[in-house]
Design a protein around this ligand. Structure first.
Ligand SMILES: Cc1cc2nc3c(=O)[nH]c(=O)nc-3n(C[C@H](O)[C@H](O)[C@H](O)COP(=O)(O)OP(=O)(O)OC[C@H]3O[C@@H](n4cnc5c(N)ncnc54)[C@H](O)[C@@H]3O)c2cc1C
Length: 379
């Protein structure tokens, strides 16, 4: 009998876990007792943190995309198909074309900004959370001669620190272009400080104060009026802008919402240590798709993949699954176009931003290249 391990989603989490599994289970795959297959809806694999560098014209978008087939080891099967429903009872994935049965399922379907969540927003916003958005914002900035830029966001969203980074990078970008005195930069956040994690909020506030970046807290969008170019907030006030950059609240993938297996936003109830879907012994959830109260980040997916692979290898070999995820996340924080900080934290230890340095910025740039090794399961 062959154990069919199916990974749904060929992004950071799915690709990393499939490659690591194939390497660890090579003997079983060769004997035909295990199959590892990635089912994903496109053959293009995007490295999303790269979009920040596209915005500031530091790197072209093509640097951050690869073919999924080329990233996967030959031992991993690849099916490119859009799954419309997950049937947990019959243990199969369903697309309009086919049904894909599994014995063990790993769900890694990611999270997506919902630009429709605020009326009027989609009509006028710029963004850097999509590949097309990053290029469009880059082109807009290139011809920008001055005015009021608002960075607005709602939670949850992936890479919780990226809006802070883009704000600090914008400040540096306009200084270099000798335009800073003609640009008002306004950063906003929905709760009473500038970031959900207090140490990051304290760090960011210091940077904002030192550079004349305005910030507004308790800023909750109700609607955007595209004609008048104003954001309307829930407290009844209006905020004019010349350029609006938004990071709206994210949702889980459509297939999770359609299958009725997530919460109201499409995030899947997941055990914080074992990464099993709650109430399911044969389904694991990784990366942005979980409902875990931790950063939706590529590094989260990476550390989760390490734990999951150990447990799945033990499962295949008839051993108990004893490895536990501890909430580990690590991220570089760009402070400008040439220096950065770094944070690492887990369920029990809050983040403490490291002193900023050019070296950390250089490491972030280096990781943009090393990522492809991580996705191949080599790092
Ligand atoms: C601008 C930006 C900056 C970022 N910076 C950082 C950073 O500095 N550090 C960091 O750690 N993280 C960062 N991130 C976050 C990181 O990119 C994500 O958290 C990470 O990609 C999540 O991995 P994932 O596999 O869960 O989801 P994804 O990588 O989004 O992959 C999801 C996959 O599921 C597939 N899929 C979805 N629905 C279906 C379906 N119905 N059928 C078949 N396939 C489906 C998709 O095609 C995709 O391949 C950043 C993100 C952005 C946008």
């Amino acid at each position: 009998m062959t154990m069919r391990i199916v990974v749904l989603g060929g992004g950071t989490a799915g690709t990393t876990v499939a490659n690591r599994l194939a390497r660890a289970l090579r003997p079983e795959i060769r004997r035909g007792t295990v199959e590892v297959t990635v089912v994903t809806d496109r053959d293009r694999h995007w490295y999303q943190p790269g979009y920040l560098f596209v915005v500031f014209n530091e790197r072209p978008l093509e640097d951050f995309v690869r073919s999924e087939r080329a990233l996967l080891l030959p031992e991993v099967g690849l099916v490119v198909d859009e799954i419309t429903r997950i049937d947990l009872e019959r243990k199969q994935l369903i697309s309009p074309q086919r049904h894909y049965p599994y014995d063990v399922l790993v769900i890694a379907t990611g999270s997506y900004p919902d630009f429709q969540s605020v009326p009027g927003l989609a009509e006028v916003t710029y963004d850097f959370y999509t590949p097309q958005g990053a290029e469009r914002l880059r082109d807009r900035l290139t011809t920008w001669t001055g005015g009021r830029i608002m960075i607005v966001q709602d939670v949850p969203h992936k890479c919780p620190a990226a809006p802070v980074e883009v704000t600090l990078m914008l400040d540096d970008y306009f200084r270099r272009r000798r335009l800073r005195d003609r640009v008002e930069i306004v950063y906003t956040y929905p709760i009473g400080r500038v970031h959900a994690a207090e140490p990051i909020a304290d760090w960011a506030k210091q940077q904002f104060d030192a550079r004349g970046i305005r910030y507004e807290t308790f800023f909750n969008m109700e609607a955007v009026d595209p004609k008048r170019q104003v954001v309307l907030t829930m407290d009844g006030s209006e905020h004019p802008f010349d350029l609006l950059i938004s990071i709206p609240a994210h949702k889980g993938a459509g297939v999770i919402l359609n299958s009725g297996i997530g919460d109201e936003s499409g995030f899947i109830p997941t055990d914080r240590h074992t990464l099993k879907m709650i109430g399911q012994d044969d389904v694991y959830v990784l990366g942005d798709a979980t409902n875990l109260p931790i950063s939706k980040a590529g590094s989260t997916a990476h550390y989760q993949a390490e734990v999951l692979v150990k447990n799945l290898v033990d499962r295949v070999r008839g051993l108990p699954e004893t490895h536990l995820y501890n909430g580990k996340v690590a991220c570089f924080l760009e402070n400008s176009l040439e220096d950065a900080s770094f944070i690492a934290f887990d369920y029990d230890h809050p983040p403490r931003p490291a002193a900023t340095s050019q070296l950390l910025h250089w490491f972030k740039g280096m990781y943009n290249e090393l990522y492809w090794l991580t996705a191949r399961g080599l790092m």
